[in-house]
Design a protein around this ligand. Structure first.
Ligand code: E4P
Length: 215
């Protein structure tokens, strides 16, 4: 299973990359906006040290503009994956771009049929939004599991990026459900390796060692 960083914050990406835990990065217009930096500048900086796929999202929604934007984005670095929203125009764009060798990540996936349409059109990745599905009272993990079943049954050349992960449970459920990739926000990442009993255990070992040395 691969771990991506779901952020456009370069410091967060460097921190996790230094631990060997960053196989790629996903961004979206909201994450770019949060950084307040030039889109191309921030993506190019990430691409300068992250070897894995970096998703950069189109900001237009009609077919012609999306394809134009995607062709441009794909030239920013060799490892750019263009994120395209799940719409009819988006599917058409994914189809032509896949034929040109541009890798795409079909985003805003909320149903199995949407994932199936994206894979059939030629998406390299599909991004089911687990957290937002759970917000609706539905089961994001179940969707990931079902998409994985479809990929394995029919042999689609596509990977699942479990997205909209907001909790340790979302992350663990994504792994159990068979996501190829989980994309994790920077501020959640450190919670994945932390545990209160680990901290308490270290405190006790420290105190006992100090007592031993004082004897
Ligand atoms: C990543 O590809 C998605 O854009 C992101 O995970 C969405 O997360 P959110 O639902 O927390 O905004």
């Amino acid at each position: 299973m691969k771990f991506f960083l779901d952020t456009a914050n370069v410091d967060e990406i460097r921190r996790i990359n230094d631990l060997g835990l960053c196989d790629g990065v996903t961004t979206n217009p909201s994450l770019i906006n949060k950084e307040g930096r030039d889109f191309k500048e921030v993506i190019s900086e990430i691409a300068s040290f992250v070897e894995g796929p970096i998703s950069a999202e189109v900001t237009s929604y009609d077919y012609e503009s999306m394809v134009k934007e995607a062709r441009d984005l794909s030239k920013w670095a060799d490892n750019i994956v263009v994120k395209i929203p799940m719409t009819e125009d988006g599917l058409r764009a994914i189809n032509i771009l896949s034929k040109e060798g541009v890798r795409t990540n079909c985003t805003l996936i909320f149903s199995l049929s949407q994932a199936l349409m994206a894979m059939k059109a030629g998406a390299s990745y599909v991004s089911p939004f687990m957290g937002r599905i759970d917000d609706m009272g539905e089961d994001g993990a179940r969707l990931v599991y079902d998409i994985r079943t479809i990929i394995d049954t029919y042999g689609f050349d596509c990977e699942i990026i479990a997205a909209s992960i907001r909790s340790i449970k979302n992350f663990e459920d994504a792994a159990l459900a068979g996501a190829h990739i989980a994309t994790v926000p920077g501020n959640l990442f450190e919670k994945l390796w932390s545990h209160v009993l680990t901290d308490q255990g270290i405190d006790k070992f420290k105190k006992d060692w100090e007592a031993f040395e004082g004897k």
